[in-house]
Ligand binder design. Structure first.
Ligand code: CMC
Length: 438
């Protein structure tokens, strides 16, 4: 049952003035002080760089308990979804708030299949990028450009069916764009999606098959891809999702809002960390023994270097997604799949994790492996190149971004996101003519 209840009051004293602020409690007993009247009542604002203590919204979509390592989509534990659901079912759950019936799932799946191909003109975009372009740059540019091809999506007063059709475009085409950006980067022809394939099979087909070949997606690989996408599908108010909400709060269309989310995700502290992890594991593998080097660099006082794939703003214990991925990778390595990645990298990752978790630096700061630490190993096993890893994260996160954009737009009253600041620049001064400046 969804809950948002007034459970008491907090008192705030500023000088002689005392005000009361309501305390609200959510479904899982998380509490927040509502400061929405603070400035009007006192002339003060709250200051919270990095939003460490700021709840920007209420949300029905995803619950995280960072101390206990719990992650649930619409109440369902991530471990259960990872074991039993498909990515498409999970996307439906996030966007529409419930698991689909078999009819709903079929209709949703058909909608995705119909929207998988790109407009022929969009293919020309890929020729315009220099060959060394990062695939995230291609993904965010082409996703943003989709708004030009589907202009009905620009009307902010859309109804549910319009959101659904834009969701089809985004979820389905993000995958096609990603696969095309890979084909372009290796100088191979674009492969059209095929109707007979489901979502993950179609991605593998567009990535790895050849024209005229009767490609048969490997079931182990398909399931592994399904799993990583499910684990990435949402993570409440993270940097990219908050970006999508903020951009969308200006009534910006869903394509442009999601493109902004892709840009935010690209950063190495967010979705770009999976690429950094793989580059580190490859470097350790190539150079013999550099595990200590990476750990010591991250621990050096005053160092800005981070151990990629470790630490999380919310999780102060093992990231539950990393746990599922680690087990899945073990299964993949020891399974019967005909596809093989660099198994020795798992060994290195395990040693690195073990070594880091012996250090007081990591223990005292509660820095554990996060989702990006193990996801890259699976991508590598699937044959996906390292620069594409953040793109894979983005494909998985599209349903979460859509769900949050939709929830934000349905929230009443609709408000543009607009934080305040404390100005610390020069006090009032006058314009100095150029000849008098020193
Ligand atoms: N390596 C070394 N030190 C770290 C790390 C790390 N990976 N993460 C945090 N710290 C230290 C940090 O230096 C600080 O130490 P001190 O208290 O001495 O100044 C302390 O831990 C707290 O760090 P913070 O920067 O205040 O923590 P945060 O909540 O702002 O940052 C984070 C969270 C994920 C950005 C950070 O842990 C990090 O940079 N990790 C590496 C990048 C990474 O793996 N990102 C993927 C996150 S999970 C997927 C996603 O959602 O994007």
């Amino acid at each position: 049952m969804n809950r948002y209840e007034n459970v008491g009051k907090a008192e705030l004293k500023i000088g002689d003035k005392k005000i009361e602020l309501p305390i609200y409690e959510g479904t899982e007993n998380e509490r927040g002080i509502d400061v929405s009247t603070l400035r009007e009542a006192t002339g003060h604002i709250t200051v919270d760089p990095g939003y460490m203590n700021t709840g920007s919204c209420t949300s029905n979509i995803t619950f995280i308990d960072g101390d206990k390592g719990i992650l649930r989509y619409r109440g369902i534990p991530i471990e259960e979804l990872a074991e039993k659901a498909s990515f498409i079912e999970t996307a439906y759950l996030l966007i529409f708030g419930k698991l689909p019936t078999s009819e709903e799932l079929t209709a949703f799946s058909n909608g995705l299949t119909e929207n998988a191909p790109l407009h022929e003109d969009i293919k020309k975009f890929f020729d315009g990028f220099p060959s060394a372009t990062h695939p995230m740059a291609i993904l965010c540019s082409v996703v943003s450009a989709l708004s030009g091809y589907y202009p009905y999506s620009l009307d902010p007063k859309r109804d549910e069916s319009e959101i659904t059709s834009t969701a089809f475009q985004l979820i389905s085409k993000a995958r096609t764009i990603a696969a095309y950006s890979y084909r372009k980067s290796v100088g191979e022809p674009f492969i059209y999606p095929r109707e007979k394939f489901k979502y993950c099979q179609n991605f593998l087909h567009m990535m790895f098959s050849y024209p005229g070949e009767d490609y048969v997606p490997d079931p182990d690989m398909t399931r592994a891809l399904e799993l990583v996408l499910i684990l990435h599908a949402d993570h409440e108010q993270n940097c990219s999702t908050s970006t999508v909400r903020l951009v969308g709060s200006a009534r910006t269309n869903l394509f442009a809002s999601v493109a902004a989310g892709i840009c935010a995700l690209w950063g190495p502290l967010h979705g770009g960390a999976n690429q950094e992890v793989m580059e580190m594991l490859e470097d350790i593998n190539a150079s013999g023994e550099k595990i200590d080097h990476y750990i010591n660099e991250a621990m050096k006082p005053g160092s800005t270097k981070r151990l990629s794939g470790f630490g999380h703003r919310v999780y102060k214990t093992y990231d539950p997604r990393a746990k599922v991925l680690k087990e899945a990778f073990h299964r993949l390595v020891h399974g019967k799949s005909k596809f093989r990645g660099k198994e020795e990298l798992l060994e290195i990752a395990l040693r690195l994790e073990e070594r880091a978790l012996k250090e007081d630096f990591f223990i005292s700061r509660k820095l554990y492996p996060n989702v990006d630490f193990y996801s890259g190993l699976i991508y590598n096993f699937l044959g996906i190149p390292t620069a594409m890893f953040p793109v894979m994260f983005a494909i998985g996160r599209v349903p979460g971004w859509i769900a949050h954009w939709k929830e934000m737009r349905e929230t009443k009253p609709p408000r543009i996101g607009r934080p305040r600041q404390i100005y610390t620049g020069p006090a009032k001064s006058s314009y100095i003519p150029i000849e008098q400046r020193t």
